[in-house]
Design a protein around this ligand. Sequence first.
Ligand code: NCD
Length: 318
Amino acid sequence: MSERYIFPHKHLLGIEPLSAQDITAILDQAEAFEEVCERPDIKIVPALRKRLVVNLFFENSTRTRNSFEIAEKRLSAEIINFDANASALAKGETLVDTALNLEAMRPDLTVMRHSAAGAHALLARHIKAGVINAGDGAHEHPTQALLDAYTLRKRLGRLDGLKVAIVGDIRHSRVVRSNLWLLTKMGAKVTLVGPPTLLPTEMKEAWPTVDFSYDLDAVLPEQDAIMMLRIQFERGTGQFIPGQGEYARFYQLNAARMKRAKKDVVVMHPGPMNRGVEITSDVADGPNNVILDQVTNGVPVRMAVLYLLGVRRGDSEA
Ligand code: NCD
C-alpha cells in the first residue's frame, strides 16, 4: 500500500462505498489493534481519548453492541449508551429530530443499529459526527463482513480466489449483503445457497457474477469456507420455509454433510446460532469452526473502524 494512502471516508454506512484498498487498510489496522487486545496486561491505547462516541441501538443486539463498546473502551473513548426503548423516540419523536438533538451535543462518532434500511444515510445527512452502521434492516452490516474477512484472511492467508458459500436465510440477511460486497471486491468467489423462497430473484439479477444454488450437498466439496446463517423468524422467514425439520434436512451443516467438505474447510457463523437448526453442535464446536474467533476478531476490527473514522480530519462527505 502506498505511503500516502489516507482513509478517505467520514462514515461507514456499508461496504458498498469502500474500495479494495479501504478494506485492506481496515484489516491491516485491525492487525495492529489485535496485538493490543492480546496483551497480557493493559489492553488500552489512547487513540480516541477525549472523543465522544454515542451508541444508538434501536434493534436488539448482544454481540455487536458489546463488541463496539469494548472496542471504544480499548481506544479510551468517552461513551454514551443511548437507550432507544427509554428514549423520546418511544414517545413519538422522529429519527431526524433525535439526530438533531444528538448533534446539538456534539458527539464525534455515532454507532447505530436500526431496523430500517437506509436509516444511517439519513442520520449522516443530518449530523456532523461520523456514522457507523451496526446493522440496518436487511441492508448492510459492514463491521460483521469486515470481521468475517479478517477471520478468513487470518486463517487462510488471503481473500483473493477463495471459494465461500453463504447458506440459509439469504433473503433477510444484511450479513450476506455486506459480505457479498466485500468478498467480490476482494476477489473471492461467492455461492449463495438456500431454498428457492430464500434466494430472491432480484438478488440474482443484481449479482450476475455470484453463483446461486439450492443444493448444499452439490456445492459443499469445493468450498474453502462455509458461512451458516440463522433463519430470521423475527423478520417473517417462517412463511418462506415448510418447517424447521424439512429445512434442516437440506440445509443443516451436520457431521454427515461435513464429510463432503474439504478437510480444512472453515466453518463460520455470525451468531446468534440456532443449534440443531442450521448447524449441529458437533460442527459448531468442532475443529473446523472459527465462530468464537469471529467474535474475538470483532473487537480489533471495530477498533480499526472507530480509529480510522475518529482520528480523521477534514470535512469531505465521502
Ligand atoms: C446478525 C445480525 O444482527 O444481523 N448478527 C450479528 O450481528 N452478529 C445476524 C442475525 O441476527 O442472525
